[in-house]
Design a protein around this ligand. Structure first.
Ligand code: MN
Length: 351
């Protein structure tokens, strides 16, 4: 898709989105349970869009936790007011827009029986997507979903203020790793436009947000038991208080020389979260992730990055062991797993 075609598509779509926003009743913009910068940027942009075209002040919500220091800093510095909701708190909303996520994927609060009004996303859709919505704009070729929202604002004449430009730029930057991963032509165009307008000082404050000591502790744990199997690195965090740490470790380990893909998994809030990353788009992480969690959880994403969740009922250790087995099978079939780092020798008996 070139830039003109993309904008044409957006011009067509904004009419329907405006019509939905103009209906009476409260509107909720729902993100995935652990919203990332792309989701936050989408939500901030759609809120601005709804206010401009329908004078509607939408709420922004998510289940789970927004734990990553950068993401909390983004909300803080750019004044994105998102609230943590329970599934029950969603029902009073008359209009629901799901951004950077899809229904029935297990990563958001939307219950099966509730049909959303708007879905704007860029994740690969399952062949037979088992969900319905009134309006959907899903562009799997886009590296970041907020590029779609950038187009909506642009084609419908909504002014993008400095904070919003910064949010959109950071959303694109973080989902595409500075356009190095799954960047589309419309995405590159939007990135350039937004770079000029983004507040660089605020960007720096977000990217280098301070982290607590627990962050380094989790990092140390994830590295100490990390294994390499073939060209895949697999690490885990047995007890993780921040699900986003798992994605961060998967990203970090991808820098290891000679590695083609990375997987990190960890137990957080009674759920096992899994993140997978690939250097090369020929390795389809979304497909492997689906294979790994088949019958025990949900998963999906993109070719270069994928995520999954497995619920734990009962023995968490057994579940973690099963997940490990499944991951080794799906991501490093037939390869022997050996420790990545030298293992500490057992201490000699003290006399
Ligand atoms: Mn995204």
């Amino acid at each position: 898709m070139n830039v003109e075609e993309a904008l044409e598509q957006s011009r067509e779509n904004v009419q329907k989105v405006i019509e939905i926003c103009r209906r009476p009743g409260r509107m909720l913009i729902l993100m995935q349970d652990n919203p990332d910068p792309d989701a936050l940027a989408c939500a901030a942009a759609l809120r601005e869009f709804a206010f401009h075209h329908a004078k509607k002040r939408a709420d922004i919500g998510y289940g789970g936790v927004c734990g990553r220091a950068e993401n909390r800093a983004m909300m803080d510095v750019l004044h994105i007011h998102a609230k943590r909701l329970s599934a029950a708190q969603i029902s009073p909303y008359r209009i629901i827009a799901l951004v950077d996520a899809q229904p029935n994927t297990g990563n958001n609060l939307l219950l099966k029986k509730r049909v959303p009004n708007i879905v704007i996303d860029h994740h690969l859709m399952p062949k037979r997507a088992k969900w319905t919505t009134e309006f959907a704009d899903v562009r799997p070729e886009y590296g970041a979903a907020c590029t779609i929202l950038y187009e909506y604002l642009t084609v419908s004449g909504v002014k993008i203020n400095r904070n919003l430009a910064t949010a959109l730029f950071y959303g694109m930057q973080s989902d595409t790793q500075d356009l190095g991963r799954e960047a589309s032509i419309p995405g590159m165009h939007a990135y350039q436009e937004l770079f000029i307008r983004a507040d660089k000082k605020k960007l720096a404050r977000i990217r280098r947000a301070p982290v607590p000591a627990a962050y380094f502790n989790m990092l140390a744990v994830s590295l100490s038991e990390c294994v390499i199997a073939g060209k895949t690195v697999i690490s885990h965090i047995p007890e993780c208080d921040n699900a986003e740490m798992i994605a961060e470790v998967a990203d970090l380990l991808l820098r290891l020389e000679g590695v083609r893909s990375t997987v990190c998994y960890g137990l957080c809030d009674g759920k096992i979260y899994i993140s997978a990353r690939a250097v090369d788009l020929r390795d389809n992480m979304a497909r492997r992730m689906k294979q790994a969690v088949r019958m025990i959880g949900t998963g999906g994403g993109h070719r270069a990055m994928a995520g999954g969740q497995v619920l734990v009922n009962g023995d968490a250790e057994k579940r973690m062991a099963l997940v490990r087995e499944r991951l080794l099978k799906a991501f490093a079939r037939g390869k022997e797993a050996r420790p990545l780092l030298p293992q500490p020798q057992p201490e000699e008996a003290v006399q």
